[in-house]
Ligand binder design. Structure first.
Ligand code: AHZ
Length: 307
């Protein structure tokens, strides 16, 4: 019951504005700021409508999605990149609780800039077009923000991907199979600012998105993290969480990639959220496992659509 993608609005760029003036190039504007420079006219309501019409169109389009990715950290964005590239026919909604997508991948570790990725995750950087220095068994991107901003810019350019940021997943939609087992069939969302105020305001019901596959990459436990797997425990779909273990880079990165999987039908878990399910070690400031867990989560997702 999925509806076809309506990729944005059918508006072509116009070379003439409403004053009948031709749009200038930057070179034509250079050094002429005091020679009749002015912006094209606008009415405030045009700005409002330009934003809200698109947002509400997106809400309408993605209310039935093919894939929902919960959390736009390094793992979720890596999965979105692989899926957006492989299947331009699928509608992919990314729900990110924070205003700023990227999760923990804006810095390399502590407050340092460089980002380390152990090989073979350099293959992901090559695919993405992010330059790095090769140090033998690992590579270094000069700034984590270069990785995250490049990944984001590629993901956001896919016409079939919509990022809803400042929006939190508050719950999961479930369906009961004829044999009594449960599958996850969508997400329950709210503006994050609303989610944060359920304790002091009443009657703020959420919104929903239906989708046959959810990829949860909400990170390790924290104020928002590990959201979906914690909910799986309270809805008795998994008995208990293993709890993330101490830091061991060698053990942690292999484990996260290998264990990236469909934890309950309809819900694929990747990245550090997975360490909470299985009791895997943390890896701290190395990001290769986040990229490759995203790649594997995308592969697992594509299997669902190939069945
Ligand atoms: O805001 C969260 C972050 O951007 C978002 N998120 C969490 N709960 C959410 C919810 N609804 C919507 N209920 C939610 N969004 O999920 C994103 C998680 O990003 P992340 O960078 O924390 O997770 P990751 O698994 O992609 O990368 C983790 C990288 C590592 S490893 C590590 C360690 O070993 O100590 N620490 C980090 C940050």
């Amino acid at each position: 019951d999925s509806v076809p993608i309506k990729a944005g609005f059918d508006v072509k760029p116009v070379a003439i504005n409403s004053n009948g003036k031709k749009t200038k190039t930057l070179a034509e504007m250079a050094n002429k700021w005091d020679q009749g420079f002015t912006f094209a006219p606008i009415r405030e309501s045009q700005v409002s409508r330009a934003m809200t019409r698109r947002y509400f169109n997106d809400l309408d389009t993605y209310a039935e999605s093919d894939i929902v990715i919960v959390g736009a950290g390094s793992c979720g964005l890596s999965a979105a990149y692989m899926l957006g590239k492989a299947r331009p026919d699928l509608k992919i909604a990314i729900i990110e609780a924070s205003v700023s997508p990227g999760g923990g991948a804006w810095l390399g570790g502590q407050l340092f800039s460089a980002m380390v990725m152990r090989k073979p995750a350099d293959a992901f950087l090559i695919d993405l077009g992010v330059p790095f220095e090769d140090e033998g068994d690992f590579v270094v991107v000069k700034h984590a923000a270069l990785f995250t901003s490049t990944l984001l810019s590629k993901v956001l350019q896919f016409p079939n991907v919509k990022l809803f940021n400042a929006t939190a997943v508050e719950d999961l939609i479930t369906r009961t199979n004829p044999d009594g087992t449960l599958r996850i069939a969508g997400v329950v969302t709210n503006w994050t600012l609303v989610t944060m105020h359920h304790d002091d305001q009443s009657c703020m019901d959420p919104n929903t998105i239906n989708a046959p596959v959810i990829i949860s990459t909400t990170g390790h436990d924290g104020p928002f993290g590990a959201f979906c797997v914690k909910r799986l425990v309270s809805m008795q779909q998994i008995e208990k969480l293993g709890g993330m273990r101490g830091l061991d880079m060698n053990t942690a990165e292999d484990a996260i990639v290998k264990r990236t999987r469909e934890v309950v039908p309809g819900l694929i878990v990747g990245g550090m959220e997975l360490s909470e399910v299985d009791g895997a070690n943390r890896m701290g400031p190395t990001f290769g496992a986040m990229a490759l867990s995203g790649v594997k989560a995308a592969e697992e997702t594509l299997k669902v659509f190939e069945e």
